[in-house]
Ligand binder design. Structure first.
Ligand code: ACO
Length: 428
């Protein structure tokens, strides 16, 4: 098989080597394009055809609906691993043994307190603030409280920054919700598992003993695993590109949280539930909303449908759909929204518009239904996504820094005005 690609331009031929991944994905290596061609560049809005890096972390095949972290299938991890094991796997490359996992958890626990002055920052936000904005700001603020975690140039400094953020982030997640609800801020308990502690910090009432619900713990654990990494998506690319300027880990994560917030990305889980709610309140007429989604003059999109990479099915959505059924029945919740979701999915799967464009339910189509059944407020859905994605962002940032990747700086083709003479203000 040929291992080069030839580009013909202006009567000359230019050769570019191919790069082959471990799953036989092939790319043209255009690193030398500008130098060889005297300044030609490529245009690829939305980076639909551009590989920004080589990565050992996550493999996904959108045509076959495959998702693997470090070689392990998402189906097997969701069934057999817990979230902290998956975090370790993503960040360090292999599943931990018992001692490694215990040490990892103990190191995280030691870092599970944030500077009490963070409370003053939270107090300055209005209660109406969206928790994603609060979370992004607080994550960035952690830089100021932990300056030693900014410039990580050794394995030890990197490890310390990683356990710090894994310890402190759940506190910020929980506080961003409690602030909105006017509840006193809570530090949880170092006796609990990672996911159990997140739930306690979120839901503990000041006048009641907190009782853990295993169904909810297991459901959240699974959801977090399914969201833990997804190679070079919008927020992860943001984290990598911000980090490529050698900005610190926490500042890069804060930028990733902002990228995740948008409804075309992580914000879709909130948008899906709001959409399903609106359909229910409008009499449950799914056909009306299908027609709106297909109408090119209507900006409405079927939220939770479609994916840049998955063009067959999203394997995470498959797992979540089954989990939604189980969790609702285990919790004894009868939510008509689940029926609306299933009805919409069925219609879309049989509709030529969706079939031709390969639009399938994505990870967020059913996740909001589970979050709602767990008692998590709608505005917190994307925050829960961020909590799940944290290990993936960390792993990708670490890989980028240790591979000494160059600063991310795309090119453009300028389409504006040519040189023109300045016109004095009175003559304009
Ligand atoms: N509803 C209706 N039509 C859609 C939808 C949708 N949800 N998604 C895509 N389309 C249509 C587009 O209008 C376009 O049609 P056209 O070819 O006639 O112009 C075609 O399908 C291709 O869509 P693009 O927007 O070009 O696809 P892209 O890969 O850029 O976008 C995206 C992917 C952003 C996920 C898109 O499908 C979408 O907006 N979905 C809804 C939001 C959503 O669920 N986001 C979560 C994604 S998963 C995640 O981030 C965790």
């Amino acid at each position: 098989m040929t291992e080069k690609a030839i580009l013909e331009y202006d009567g000359k031929k230019f050769e570019f080597p191919l790069v082959r991944g471990s799953e036989n994905e092939v790319a043209f290596d255009v690193k030398t394009l500008r130098a060889a061609t005297g300044g030609l560049t490529t245009i690829d809005p939305g980076f639909k055809n551009t590989g920004s890096c080589l990565s050992d972390i996550t493999f996904l095949n959108g045509e076959k609906g495959i998702l693997r972290y470090r070689g392990y299938s998402i189906e097997e991890l969701a069934e057999k691993a817990d979230f902290l094991e998956v975090a370790y796997l993503l960040i360090f490359g292999d599943l931990p043994n018992t001692d490694q996992l215990e040490k990892f958890h103990a190191d995280i626990r030691k870092q599970s307190v944030v500077d009490d002055d963070i409370k003053k920052i939270i107090d300055a936000f209005p209660k109406s603030a969206h928790p994603m904005g609060v979370l992004s700001s607080l994550t960035s603020a952690l830089t100021a409280f932990n300056p030693s975690s900014v410039n990580v140039n050794s394995d030890e400094a990197m490890y310390n920054a990683i356990v710090k953020i894994l310890g402190k982030f759940p506190v910020l997640v929980a506080w961003s919700m409690r602030k909105k609800q006017g509840l006193p801020l809570d530090y949880g308990s170092s006796k609990l598992g990672y996911v159990e502690n997140v739930l306690k910090m979120m839901f503990n009432q000041p006048n009641e003993d907190y009782v853990q619900n295993d169904i909810i713990v297991n459901a959240l654990d699974k959801l977090l695993i399914l969201h833990a990494d997804h190679e070079q998506n919008c927020s992860t690319s943001t984290v990598r590109i911000v980090g490529s300027s050698h900005a610190g880990l926490f500042a890069s994560l804060s930028a990733g949280i902002s990228a995740l917030w948008g409804p075309l990305h992580g914000g879709a889980n909130q948008a899906v539930l709001e959409m399903l709610q609106a359909i229910k309140e409008d009499g449950g007429d799914t056909k009306k909303y299908m027609a709106k989604a297909k109408d090119k003059n209507d900006p409405f999109r079927l939220m939770g449908f479609g994916h840049r990479v998955y063009k067959n099915f999203d394997p995470r959505a498959k797992i979540i759909k089954v989990a939604a059924d189980e969790v609702l029945s285990d919790l004894g919740v009868n939510d008509p929204i689940l029926d609306i979701a299933k009805g919409l999915e069925q219609e879309a799967l049989n509709d030529p518009y969706f079939v031709e464009r390969k639009l399938y339910p994505n990870v967020d189509f059913y996740s909001g239904i589970i979050y709602q059944a767990m008692g998590i407020p709608v505005e917190m859905f994307t925050v829960m996504f961020a909590l799940g994605r944290l290990p993936g962002w960390i792993a990708q940032w670490k890989e980028m820094r240790f591979r000494k990747e160059p600063i991310g700086r795309p090119r453009q083709i300028y389409t504006g005005e040519n040189l023109r003479a300045f016109v004095e203000i009175e003559k304009r």
